[in-house]
Design a protein around this ligand. Structure first.
Ligand code: NCD
Length: 327
């Protein structure tokens, strides 16, 4: 499917779609994070409920498996009073473009206002955004290996909650970077917010192309790469995006790139450990690190709902009216 260039903004500059973070300014990302923060509650405290999206219908169209992202978009929409429909579609790749658009036109006729789309093929969220009616917004929930903007935002929110600033921060992104949409979107968020030292750590076969991740130091040694960092972000081996021949041997991978307590000790003592999940325990991360005191993996999940509330409120609120949480 060809890449369709779509303007994410309306003519007044407000955000209509969220397909990629690349076009967002620092101020726009900060505005979304500030809004998201108003929706964050500690566990055990009831989440904020609003009615700012009353009368709005959100459709989740997922052609790739998802637990966290789909559930958190659904909860985010419901907590703001929207109606939600979930479609898990199995489409053959040959007919995907047309079938997806037919489904989208059907949903549009049913007064769906926001289409949340996850797809394994690049270009699908952009194709839908280029074809929907002017009042409809499209939010990417993960586009192939290309981008996952709400994950980038929730990762940035998590780092900000723990580190308070991006200036001066050293961040290591570790693992299957080549196939990771999370790495790409989080890198853009961290870089735009001012993180000066972002390192990517991967075996040569899982490094991205040379023209990607501009300005990042590249390491093939985990020990060297995590030395002195404030944030260690681990990634899942994306088996579904690899040929059989490219699959690393799990034990060897863990020995070289698995985050163990011993490897983590090379980072700053107060370094935080992140993972977008699903996690392969014992392959990219040791269980005791995933569940340990430096892990903020569960905060990432919690922040995912808050970020998706903020994005939904923003794209719908900017059609007219405003939707607020509180501090
Ligand atoms: C990620 C995804 O689907 O891109 N998961 C997620 O959204 N939380 C990462 C992954 O699948 O490894």
């Amino acid at each position: 499917m060809s890449d369709t260039e779509v303007d994410q903004r309306r003519s007044d500059g407000s955000l209509r779609h969220l397909l990629t973070l690349e076009a967002l300014s620092r101020a726009e990302i900060e505005r979304l994070l500030n809004k998201a923060q108003t929706f964050v509650r500690p566990l055990g405290v009831a989440p904020p409920i609003g009615d700012g999206l009353r009368g709005v219908t959100v459709a989740n169209l997922f052609t790739e498996p998802s637990t966290r992202t789909r559930v958190s978009f659904e909860l985010a929409a419901k907590r703001l009073g929207a109606d939600v429909v979930n479609l898990e579609m199995q489409l053959s790749s040959r007919t995907k473009g047309e079938s997806m658009l037919d489904t989208v036109y059907t949903l549009q006729s049913l007064h769906v206002d926001v289409m949340v789309i996850r797809d394994a093929e690049p270009g699908v969220p952009g194709l839908v955004a280029a074809n929907v009616a002017p009042h409809v917004s499209v939010l990417s929930a993960g586009e192939a290996h290309v981008s996952h903007p709400t994950q980038g935002l929730l990762d940035a929110l998590t780092v900000r909650q723990y580190k308070r600033r991006f200036e001066g921060l050293s961040i290591a992104i570790v693992g299957d970077i080549r196939h990771s949409r999370v790495a790409r979107s989080s890198f853009h968020a961290f870089r735009t917010l001012g993180a000066p030292d972002i390192r990517i750590i991967a075996p040569p076969a899982l490094m991205p192309a040379d023209d990607e991740f501009a300005g990042c130091a590249r390491h093939t040694s985990l020990t060297d790469g995590v030395r002195g960092v404030d944030v260690v972000m681990m990634l899942r081996i994306q088996r579904e995006r690899m040929g059989q021949a490219d699959l690393p041997d799990a034990d060897r991978y863990f020995a070289q790139y698995g985050l163990t307590a011993e490897q983590l000790a090379h980072a700053k003592p107060d370094a935080i450990v992140m993972h977008p999940q699903p996690m392969n325990r014992g392959i990219e991360i040791a269980s005791d690190v995933a569940d340990g005191p430096q892990s903020v993996i569960r905060d990432q999940v919690r922040n995912g709902v808050a970020v998706r509330m903020a994005v939904l409120a923003d794209v719908i609120g900017s059609r007219g009216g405003s939707i607020e949480g509180d501090d």
